[in-house]
Write a protein of this length. Structure first.
Length: 350
């Protein structure tokens, strides 16, 4: 039996509607990307960070382009859909080079032969920002109540990892729960219209659903998730331009340190009002979370162990064909930069 069961035909049609508008957006980039630096030899294509966070401030202030210019590089900001796993086609086509995400979708991407690797990670700080929510009408109040129900998950990504981890921890048979494969945008529609009973979600869609009355039955904290936040890059770019990626990481680290010290300055970066802007309690919560943010760093052996545990869970439940090693997923950016420097021609002594 397939590990996924499909929605009824009418429901599936409804679930696909939001993708029509998003497909156009995925192929576009902001017109304000790196204006004035058109002579750059290399363009690093980075996910559009939206209206909050360190990378958004760097985009607004031109900090990245200023730092990359001496390396002959610039940034192009690419519109993406919510969730790393929903943008794998952009990596495959060379339209996207850098995106934040988590261990799980990168494991899933590599199982599909998508050329991406992790080059930076961060210690967990936001484990209440993702989990499993249920509709009030479903009667679901605990993980055990998911048996016989339908839950939306982004396949081979954080949603599927959260679901499998929660069910395993609670001793609920995996096959007793119907996992419906939907990316975040489609899952939001299916959840709000009752096509699924529950949803394993994260970040803004998760918080929005909770604010509208969704019942939280598990969080990453409650299931002991090890699916840390990461930055991943297209492997071809990491290998060809490691010094550019390292400079991007250094700028991100500097901006993140500033966000830790003054989190309010990193919310509503472009828009103070409108659908992307936060206000009231949601703004207060975002500022509090911003003050707790942990900075990005190079992955360690302990990170590789956590990553491998996710890969093993996926393999045991036939999400991927076989488990991956940490070395399959983690890119040694420091080593690549050192190797590039050693291979560079020199005029010393001439």
């Amino acid at each position: 039996m397939s590990r996924f069961r499909r929605l009824p035909r009418a429901a599936a049609a409804l679930a696909m509607i939001p993708l029509a508008g998003l497909a156009v957006a995925c192929g576009s980039s902001d017109s304000d990307s790196a204006a004035g630096n058109s002579s750059a030899d290399f363009t690093l294509k980075v996910f559009d960070p939206g209206n909050s966070g360190a990378i958004a401030v760097g985009k607004r202030d031109g900090t990245y382009d200023e730092a990359l210019a001496p390396l002959g590089a610039k940034i192009e900001w690419v519109k993406t859909t919510p969730g790393f796993s929903s943008n794998l086609k952009l990596f495959n086509s060379g339209e996207l080079d850098i995106q934040t995400g988590a261990y799980s979708p990168v494991v899933g991407a590599l199982s599909k032969d998508v050329g991406v690797r992790i080059f930076a990670t961060s210690d967990p700080y936001n484990k209440d920002q993702a989990g499993i929510i249920a509709t009030p009408e479903s009667g679901i109040k605990t993980v055990a109540d998911l048996a016989g129900k339908r839950i939306a998950v982004n396949p081979a990504g954080k949603g599927e990892y959260i679901t499998l981890k929660a069910l395993t921890q609670a001793g609920v048979p995996i096959d007793s729960v119907e996992r419906v494969p939907l990316q975040q945008a489609d899952a939001a529609s299916a959840f709000s219209t009752g096509q699924v009973d529950a949803w394993a979600s994260f970040l803004i869609p998760y918080q929005e659903a909770k604010s509208k009355g969704a019942v939280e039955i598990a969080t990453e904290a409650s299931i002991d998730s090890v699916d840390s936040t990461i930055i991943a890059g297209r492997t071809a770019v990491l290998e060809a331009h490691p010094e550019v990626v390292q400079k991007f990481l250094e700028v991100t680290q500097e901006l993140t340190a500033k966000q830790q010290a003054d989190p309010a300055a990193f919310e509503n970066v472009f828009e103070q009002t409108g659908p992307r802007a936060l206000s009231g309690q949601r703004l207060d919560d975002a500022i509090t979370l911003g003050g707790q943010i942990t900075n990005f760093r190079y992955p360690t052996a302990a990170d590789a162990t956590d990553l491998e545990s996710i890969s093993t869970l996926f393999a045991e439940n036939k999400v991927i064909q076989q488990p991956l090693k940490g070395s399959d997923v983690i890119f040694d950016l420091q080593g690549a930069v050192a190797g590039s420097a050693a291979a560079a021609p020199t005029t010393e002594g001439k």
